[in-house]
Each structure stands twice: as C-alpha cells, then as structure tokens.
Design a protein around this ligand. Structure first.
Ligand code: PBG
Length: 324
C-alpha cells in the first residue's frame, strides 16, 4: 500500500464516533438494588455507599415511584430483618421484610420487574449464607431453607428470584419447590460464578451481613479460578437457571467474556458495592470524575459480554445518558 491507513478518520467528530460505536449502554440493561429496613420514615444514607439508602417500606414506595418515572425497568430487593436466628427463619416469614415490600410494590406497580435476592446471610445470627453445624456451613439442609425463602418471595409476587448463597444444588432445589407450589412462571437468576471477594465490603456494612467468624471461601469461588466459573455456570443451567451471573464484575471481566464466548445463555454481571464505593471515594477527593469513570466501567462490563448489569449507578445513568 502506498498510503497510510487512517483509523483516526472514524474518530474525527462525535457524530462519526457515535456511528461506529460498538457498545451502547442502555437503561434497558440495568437493574437497581434497593435495601429495605423495618420501621417507618426511614431514609438513611449508607455511609460506605454514598447515594444509596436504607428505606423503610413507606419511603421505599416514594423511591420506587421515582424509579418508575425515570424508566428503570427492574429492581433487586435486599432486606434487613427485625430479628436474626441460627437458621435465618425471618428470611422466609410470610410477613418478612422482603415479602411485605414485594407485595406492596407489585400491587402498586405490577409492571415493574421485581427480583429478590435469596440468601440467608442477612437473616442468620452468624452471618453465613447457610446453616452451621460443627463450625461448617452445611449444604443440603441449607437448600431446604433457601427453597422456602424463594417460595415465600414468589408468594409475595416476585417475578424473579436470585439465589446468591453459592450452596451446591440450590438452583435445582429452588426450581423444584417453585414448580411444586405453582410458581412455574417465576424465573431464576442464579449468582452462578460468585467469587469470595473483598469487593463486597460496603454491602456487608449496608446489609449487616458480614460473617461473625471466618469468611465465605468454603462456598463462594476462589478469585484465582476461571475454568471453575464455566463449570458452575453449566451446572446452574442444567439445574434450571434462566439467567446466570458473574459477580463481581470489574475485576472479573475476563470471566464475563469467557462465559459469553463459550455459553449461549442470558448473562448478568453484578457491579458490586466495592466497585461503586471506590469510585465514589476517589471522586469525593477530586481524584477522578465519577460520571466518566462510572460510564466507562459500565460500558466495559457490557463490552465484555454482560447483557444485564446490576448497578448502584442505575439512577444516575438515566441522567448521564440524557446529557450525553
Ligand atoms: C448476599 C449478597 C452479597 C452481595 C449480594 N448478595 C454479599 C455477600 O455475599 O457477602 C454483594 C453485593 C455487593 O457487594 O454489592 N449473599
């Protein structure tokens, strides 16, 4: 060739850049997490997650109204119960915090996609995601309880349940129980490749769910593993998951891409609390620009292959995309 290849031609103006842009973030991709607490009149900012609040149900409804107006299509609910015990029984109480929230939200906003996080850690006195015997988190007994939690959420009107406990066989146990109790249409988003990550730190402050002793490495995945993520995802698909997830997102973009390339299935990624908090903290110090960095992170998650992104930035993204 006697001329220079000039890729810069397609970067010359914003309108050309828009035309050839390969990844476009959309509001349709996003799910917004919400934390519901007992009481009334509560709207308290979570210190380690600026902009994210604990809501009592009355004020949660105001927040939901705002989200619906903004055009956010889906939320994922986390509850902080009034009481905890060894088994986490407040997680499947008919009048439990998430169950009440779900009923109310679905009665007022039937069109809003309501997903519930299914786990025991916020509800157990020891803070683990399953029940403990002889100092070890027991798998098979925990399945029974997790299935009860999922059914109680379905009874309250949840469209989708999202088990985040990482016990073996939970998708099968939950799918079977949902089918038996008449909830064949309730879908399951499985936290399939969920790593034992320190990026969950701010969430555990927010959800009061840090384990009292030990850590979660006997059930959540080793951050060093990649092949295992594919195995976990294949298992969850076989057991009946409708959507699979990689979590966290930012330090695991390679996993997202690998799953996308190897497995043809709806894929979600969780842009977790630590990923949010570190950008917030740096932005507060004036060290980087929150909007630009957040959009870059979210775009990278989508570019890596996630179709669905759970993110604490969902509300901000609405404004950001408008002004872009
Ligand atoms: C509950 C659960 C956790 C998150 C979602 N569901 C915490 C954990 O496993 O310790 C983390 C979410 C976040 O960090 O934003 N098992």
């Amino acid at each position: 060739m006697d001329f220079i290849h000039r890729p810069r031609r397609l970067r010359r103006t914003e309108s050309i850049r828009r035309l050839v842009r390969e990844t476009k973030l959309s509001l349709d991709d996003l799910i917004y997490p919400l934390f519901v607490v007992p009481g009334t009149g509560v709207k308290e900012e979570i210190p380690s997650m600026p902009g994210i609040h604990h809501f009592s149900l009355d004020l949660l409804m105001c927040e939901i109204e705002e989200l619906v107006e903004l055009g956010i299509g889906g939320i994922i609910l986390f509850g902080l119960p009034e009481s905890k015990d060894e088994k986490g029984s407040s997680a499947w109480a008919e009048d439990g915090i998430v169950q009440r929230a779900c009923r109310r939200i679905k009665s007022e906003y039937p069109g809003l996609l309501v997903i519930t996080d299914v786990c025991l850690c916020q509800y157990t006195s020891h803070g683990h995601c399953g029940v403990i015997k002889d100092g070890y988190v027991q798998n098979d007994v925990s399945l029974e309880y997790l299935a009860r939690v999922a059914v109680s959420h379905a009874q309250a009107g949840a469209d989708m349940v999202a088990p985040s406990d990482m016990m073996d066989g939970r998708i099968k146990a939950i799918r079977r129980k949902l089918d038996e109790t008449g909830f064949k249409e309730v879908s399951i988003m499985a936290y399939s490749a969920k790593y034992a990550s320190s990026f969950y730190g701010p969430f555990r402050d927010a959800a009061h769910s840090a384990p009292q002793e030990g850590d979660r490495s006997t059930y959540q995945m080793d951050p060093a593993n990649s092949n295992e993520a594919l195995r976990e995802i294949e298992l969850d698909i076989k057991e009946g998951a409708d959507i699979v997830m990689v979590k966290p997102a930012l330090a695991y973009l390679d996993i997202i891409r690998r799953v996308k390339d190897n497995i043809n299935f709806p894929l979600a990624a969780y842009n977790v609390s630590g990923e949010y908090a570190m950008v917030k903290a740096a932005a507060e110090k004036g060290w980087l620009k929150e909007k630009e960095v957040a959009l870059e992170i979210l775009t990278s998650i989508k570019r890596a292959g996630a179709e669905i992104i759970i993110t604490y930035w969902a509300k901000d993204v609405v404004d950001w995309l408008k002004s872009n």
